[in-house]
Design a protein around this ligand. Sequence first.
Ligand SMILES: *[C@@H]1O[C@H](CO)[C@@H](O)[C@H](O)[C@H]1NC(C)=O
Ligand SMILES: *[C@@H]1O[C@H](CO)[C@@H](O)[C@H](O)[C@H]1NC(C)=O
Length: 240
Amino acid sequence: MASSKKAQKPEEKAKGGKNSCLKTWATRIVVLLLFVATFGWLDTIKQRWYVFDPTSLHELAQEAIAVSGPNDTAGMIQHIVKNLTATYPSTQIRLNTDSKEWVFNNAGGAMGAMYIIHASITEYLIIFGTPLGTEGHTGLHTADDYFNILVGEQWAFLPGSLEKEVYRPGSVHFLPRFTAKQYKMHEGCFALEYARGWIPLMLPFGFADTISSTLDLPTFYKTSVVTGREMIKNLLIGKI
Ligand SMILES: *[C@@H]1O[C@H](CO)[C@@H](O)[C@H](O)[C@H]1NC(C)=O
Ligand SMILES: *[C@@H]1O[C@H](CO)[C@@H](O)[C@H](O)[C@H]1NC(C)=O
């Protein structure tokens, strides 16, 4: 066998090489198509894993403002977390009730801090904001984003519009997936941010500024630990 293979003419050898190269590429294309089809299918059924809904979160944000008064950010956060833990059983969804667990968040040129209330593969719920104000790019995401203003104002604009959009406490700034805006939290602003869609695909944007600019490794570490811990704890109870 070995000797007969050795006896192959050079042009036959070249033909064999071409065939195996074609086979490799055919396999790669089939795998790629399967991958695209699987994700396309998952994308059509992802809503079955959603637990929160934007309307009741918006009502909850408004209720938190009404109950706590317009300046009591901490009171609003307490109210929100208390309501969520009373509403959703811990067997259905894992919530992080440690409202002292804040981390810096640098993304799209903007800077603030966040407290992750919930993170899973298809949803996240955080308190995001800064008492100083910040400005940047929203990011182009694979998730719909509902930004419920609790305190302060958020301004936004899309290229082409010559006037700014203004979002005040009790209102929600909805940013559909694959849309980007410039935004500004004019002076201090805090919001209850709910995102639904493919959360892991948002993480590179969430980490890019830290890796390429701030080099704040403790923040990078803490954010990864908290996000990973919450996602895994949700997966363990079957919350995708
Ligand atoms: C939670 O908040 C929602 C929206 O404001 C409200 O309808 C619901 O009754 C609250 N649930 C609890 C347990 O407080
Ligand atoms: C909230 O804070 C603003 C600015 O400090 C102040 O003008 C306003 O009176 C405060 N409102 C309440 C209800 O405490």
